[in-house]
Design a protein around this ligand. Structure first.
Ligand code: GLP
Length: 261
């Protein structure tokens, strides 16, 4: 795992966008796993800008989102399909037929989860997976005690996640209590993972995720077992990291990071 600490959220976002852009320049038909949440909004704005101003081409991209609320149709402003169209897909030259999310309105949870897993497999797996982190340490919606080997399935959300996300709903009580999410095992199958974490309110759980023992209580700790993870964060999120001096040293001295410094 590489941990890159940038002075502020804006520069963390820019570096993450550059990592993604370089992946697409090296492999224009990259399959990318996408995340939602407030943190990603600035990243999607930057990728949209690069698409317009810097010839970053998404015409051959395939995307798979981590999760979707159960019971929200695509047209609902709080669905993750709506979020993705609004923040990214409508602004870039992607073919929407190549963009995938679980269907929150599917009548059969198990069948929908299996279909989504099959779709990812059929696409040849995920080349790069983008992740944020929830306040309870979840990746996707893999809430505490999610098996570290789990696959896509329906999950009940925790009160903490409910408190974190319900203010985004016009009527907070309209937030669904369940969601489809890729499993931790599904996420771990991605060839490369980029995690973006910003803000002081994530500092505690972030330090536990990166430096704490691996535990299903914090699904993000599973990333410690993945061979190719780059974590980009800002100073505020990094404040409880014990090993930061070494992380900075690696970033400043490894030739791989030269173009990103
Ligand atoms: C949701 C998503 C996660 C995301 C998290 C962070 O819970 N399911 O994938 O990482 O939000 O949200 P924010 O960036 O708003 O803190």
């Amino acid at each position: 795992m590489e941990v890159i600490i940038r002075p502020n959220a804006e520069s963390a976002v820019k570096l993450t966008a550059k990592l993604i852009a370089d992946s697409f320049r090296a492999k224009p038909d990259t399959t990318i796993g996408l995340a939602t949440g407030r943190t990603m909004e600035a990243l999607y704005a930057e990728l949209s800008r690069m698409n317009k101003e810097e010839d970053l081409d998404f015409s051959l991209a395939k995307t798979f989102n981590l999760d979707e609320y159960i019971g929200l149709p695509a047209e609902n402003v709080n669905s993750y399909r709506y979020y993705m169209n609004f923040h990214l897909f409508n602004n870039i030259n992607i073919d929407k037929r190549n963009t995938h999310l679980p269907n929150g309105m599917a009548p059969d949870d198990k069948a929908e989860a299996a279909r989504y897993e099959e779709e990812i497999k059929h696409a040849g797996g995920i080349d790069i997976q983008l992740l944020g982190i929830g306040r309870d340490g979840h990746i996707g919606f893999n809430e505490p005690l999610s098996s570290l080997g789990s696959r896509t399935r329906a999950k009940a959300l925790t009160p903490e996640t409910y408190a974190q996300n319900s203010p985004l709903f016009e009527n907070p009580e309209d937030m669904p209590k369940r969601a489809f999410t890729m499993g931790v095992g599904t996420i771990m199958d991605a060839r490369r993972i980029f995690m973006l974490v910003t803000g002081a309110e994530k500092a505690d759980v972030f330090a536990k995720a990166i430096e704490g023992p691996v535990t299903s209580m914090i699904s993000a700790t599973a990333l410690q077992l993945h061979p190719n993870v780059v974590v980009v964060c800002d100073e505020a999120a990094a404040k409880n990291l014990v090993g930061r001096e070494y992380y900075d040293f690696v970033f400043q001295n490894e030739p791989e990071w030269e173009p990103y410094r």
